[in-house]
Design a protein around this ligand. Structure first.
Ligand SMILES: [Zn+2]
Length: 456
């Protein structure tokens, strides 16, 4: 029997209700894989964000175990800006590290949080946070000139300004980026014939944030991705186990919840002086000795306590922290929306949902309206408004959703047991142990996931 092989084709933010339902009948390659394999919704991390989700998939660790709670993280208890997560924060072995350790060849392409590209047995092209023009985004470095040749032009790690670029130009860039990445994927696969192939395509995420309200453009790009996946799968070793996955889904965005405005209204946050114009909260604006709580915005909200003995001008005595957090959680959960009905906020405490909480996690993770709303960091000249129609960091039609896509099937011909049937309850955390088991790799550090028995 030949050695098991795996190809993970990641399509960032691919939404299951589109891939499995609304566009059913127009994605022939994905549907062909579904008919020979298993498919379903893949529960993402909390929060369901590109960083850390893809790295949680690659390591089997949760965000708390990685100490990476989002793109931006507090690294020290100062009021300064949070740091952008970097590859060297990850100290858990990634699937390709485990493969390298076992003498297997890996190709890693576009996986978020892999810049700079690091040595492995095989090849790596780093992910979307790679700075434009960087020379250390490819390993081995001698591979760099081939990327452009395979791509037929400049290889694009990501598109620029996806919220503000001219629409037509942006859509064309998304197509080009996807075509070039899949061309590079085929080039790398043919050159290395890897045991483990792992790639992430970002255009699907950018598409949904920019074009969510334009169904034809959305459908067009989904069809393009379907065709590109089909072409790539056709060039894989036929016995390869293919996983098509997304790190989270997407959903319509109702509007913004200005969390700091709400904290001001409730007296938890005091400003030295209100800003003359709406502006994101900065440390200089805050009357810290009289502030108990502040928040950061994004696809979800992060709520921090100004804790005495931890923050430079902490005001909340540690003995009162628990009671304050309980009250705050209760008030956030009960919050009414602009129409007076409950907004449906969900609040998580990192120590309740993660195996560990390394680094400096937020005290609370907030899903405004269960992610139907974005969290805004903006403060206004007055205590109002708390709700806005738009986003505060550029137009955005979609927010992230908790479930991504999972399709698992052999590359060609074969069928999985129970072929065509939907899988329920699969989690992003299960990918690592499941693929370790499939490839015969040691499981490494225990995480929350379990190996899928339907894959055995
Ligand atoms: Zn993502």
């Amino acid at each position: 029997m030949s050695r098991p092989k795996v190809a993970v084709i990641g399509l960032d933010c691919l939404e299951p209700s589109l891939a499995f339902e609304r566009l059913a009948g127009s994605l022939p390659h994905l549907e062909e894989l579904m008919s020979r394999g298993r498919w379903g919704r893949l529960t993402s991390t909390i929060p369901p964000i590109t960083v850390p989700a893809w790295m949680c998939m690659a390591t089997g660790q949760d965000p708390g175990q990685l100490g990476i709670y989002g793109f931006r993280n507090r690294r020290e208890p100062s009021y300064g800006p949070p740091a952008t997560a970097a590859a060297d924060w990850v100290d858990a072995p990634r699937l390709w590290d485990a493969a390298t350790g076992a003498g297997l060849t890996s190709v890693v392409l576009g996986w978020p949080l892999t810049y700079p590209a690091a040595p492995l047995k095989g090849a790596m092209v780093s992910g979307p946070l790679t700075p434009p023009g960087a020379r250390d985004g490819v390993w081995p470095p001698s591979l760099a000139p081939r990327l452009e040749r395979w791509a037929g032009g400049e290889y694009l790690h990501d598109v620029k300004n996806f919220r503000t670029a001219p629409r037509r130009e942006l859509y064309a860039q998304l197509e080009l980026m996807a075509q070039r990445r899949f061309a590079v994927a085929q080039g790398l696969y043919r050159l290395y014939a890897p045991d483990l192939f792992m790639m992430v395509e970002m255009s699907s995420d950018r598409l949904q944030h920019a074009f969510w309200e334009e169904p034809e453009l959305m459908a067009g790009h989904y069809r393009l991705l379907d065709a590109l996946v089909g072409e790539l799968v056709a060039c894989l070793d036929p016995e390869t186990l293919v996983l098509v996955v997304s790190d989270h889904g997407a959903r319509p965005l109702e509007g913004g919840l200005a969390v700091n405005q709400w904290l001001r209204q409730r007296g938890y946050l005091k400003l030295k002086q209100p800003p003359a114009e709406p502006a994101p909260l900065t440390p200089e604006m805050v009357d810290w000795p009289h502030t108990q709580v502040w928040a950061d915005g994004g696809y979800y909200g992060r709520v921090y306590l100004n804790l005495a003995g931890r923050e430079p001008q902490g005001s909340v005595p540690p003995s009162e922290a628990e009671a304050l957090l309980a009250r705050l959680s209760g008030e956030l959960t009960a919050m009414a929306g602009p129409d007076g009905r409950p907004l449906g906020n969900r609040v998580f405490r990192p120590q309740d949902i993660y195996h560990e909480t390394r680094g400096l996690p937020p005290e609370l993770i907030l899903y405004p309206g269960d992610l139907a709303w974005r969290a805004l960091a903006t403060v206004w000249p007055t205590d109002d408004p708390v709700f806005t129609e738009g986003n505060d960091s550029g137009p955005d039609g979609a927010n992230h959703a908790q479930h991504g896509v999972l399709i698992a099937a052999p590359a060609a011909g074969g069928r999985l047991e129970g072929a065509g049937r939907e899988v329920r309850g699969a989690r992003l955390y299960d990918v690592f142990p499941s693929l370790c088991a499939h490839l015969g790799l040691p499981q490494g550090r225990p995480g929350p996931g379990e190996s899928w028995d339907w894959l055995k």
